[in-house]
Write a protein that binds this ligand. Structure first.
Ligand code: FES
Ligand SMILES: [Fe+2]
Length: 386
């Protein structure tokens, strides 16, 4: 892999970290400082993140129940790499590069159900497993048609979640997720089903959103009028389980996500005796899984540009809840509530992008309630070799 050049201040000592200010995050929490604005605003940093993080880690692309039928597919662009996730004719869920073998145009868009994929440019066709099945007006061209197919991307599943990895040498997903098995055992996300998928775009760097979802410090203030009033820390020193590879798991007390803290959906059967239970887990780099008594949410943050992020929030509810006739009405109320929370967070994370990236801004110290952010960003610096 080519390494991406980094911004380097003139006269910088080569022994110093290449981005001035990052060493302060390496300090123990009490002496640490938030990361400098360059980390959130530099296109070189984003290119390096794509190369060192997004193209080497397992990344969640959705739930298996999004593709129930043969031919069901969805498309995504990950680190500028377009992919198709599809259930093929043999009922396997596959990930393929969405890149025609002729000139490279994407052969599928959005999501839906297809019998085959037809490139919109010159109509070459591919079956659901990506093999070329048709290429018109190619008489006389000398090429190996039998080996022409949309290249496969590794796809593995963990408890109903589909993950892809562009790195052929990466350890299997199960190995990667092993440290999460015990802390996430009570989530039982394989026994719940996808109840909704919310997609929003925010004008901020993807890491500000990741940090925001780990930031319990802001909940009592920014969300004082929504779920902040129901949240309580189990201890003032915010203990959490630091897991390998930038993972972490955190337990606290809260109520279901609704305006009055009452349940939005029927309680997950395995949490019936634990209504005040709440927890979240960070799966590096861009995934945050949280649970309340009635539902779970997986938040996935995709960088679109240094200052634009797509957030996909997957809601999981019990199978029973999703099948009930009043589910659409419950979901509508839940969506309204989530939109109000996202609006609160949007104000803060977009403001961070405007101000915390200014050249004359010096990042401030960290609260002990920001320890999860400190843990994850230290792993980020390791992964980036900064
Ligand atoms: S680019 Fe796909 S058929 Fe030409
Ligand atoms: Fe928030």
């Amino acid at each position: 892999m080519n390494s991406v050049p980094l911004p380097r201040a003139a006269g910088n000592d080569p022994a110093e970290p290449p981005v001035p200010g990052t060493a302060a995050m390496r300090q123990p929490l009490a002496r640490a400082r938030h990361l400098p604005g360059t980390i959130y605003a530099s296109p070189d940093i984003l290119a390096r993140e794509q190369e060192r993080i997004f193209l080497t880690r397992w990344l969640c692309v959705g739930r298996v129940e999004e593709l129930p039928e043969v031919g069901d597919y969805l498309t995504m662009r990950i680190a500028n790499q377009p992919i198709i996730v599809v259930r093929d004719g043999a009922e396997r869920i596959l990930a393929l590069r969405n890149r025609c073998v002729h000139r490279g145009v994407e052969v599928a868009y959005g999501q839906g159900n297809a019998r085959e994929f037809t490139c919109p440019y010159h109509a070459w066709t591919f079956d659901l497993a990506g093999h070329l099945t048709g290429a018109g007006y190619m008489k006389g061209a000398e090429w190996d048609r039998d080996t022409a197919h949309l290249p496969a991307v590794r796809l593995e599943t963990w408890r109903g979640w589909m993950f892809v990895n562009f790195d052929a040498d990466a350890a299997p997903l199960a190995e990667w997720m092993r440290a999460f098995e015990a802390p996430l055992a009570y989530y039982r996300s394989d026994e719940a089903v996808l109840g909704d998928k919310l997609v929003v775009e925010v004008k901020t760097n993807w890491k500000f959103v990741v940090e925001n979802l780990l930031d319990v410090y802001h909940v009592g203030t920014l969300h004082a009028n929504t779920f902040g009033k129901f949240m309580r820390l189990l201890r003032d020193d915010l203990p959490f389980d630091a897991l390998p590879n930038g993972g972490l798991s955190l337990r606290f007390g809260s109520r279901p996500m609704s305006a009055d803290g009452s349940q939005s959906f029927p309680i997950l059967p395995w949490l019936e005796n634990d209504l005040g239970f709440a927890a979240k887990a960070n799966i590096f780099p861009n995934m945050n899984l949280s649970i309340r008594a009635d539902s779970m949410r997986m938040w996935v943050m995709w960088p679109l540009a240094v200052d634009r992020t797509q957030i996909i929030s997957y809601l999981l509810v019990s199978k029973d809840a999703a099948a009930q006739p009043d589910y659409p009405a419950r979901l509508e109320a839940y969506r309204d509530y989530m939109r109000s929370i996202v609006a609160e967070d949007r104000t803060a994370v977009e403001s961070l992008q405007r101000n915390a990236t200014a050249a004359d801004f010096t990042p401030g110290p960290m609260s002990h309630l920001e320890a999860p952010i400190h843990h994850v960003l230290n792993h980020y610096l390791d992964a980036m070799q900064l």
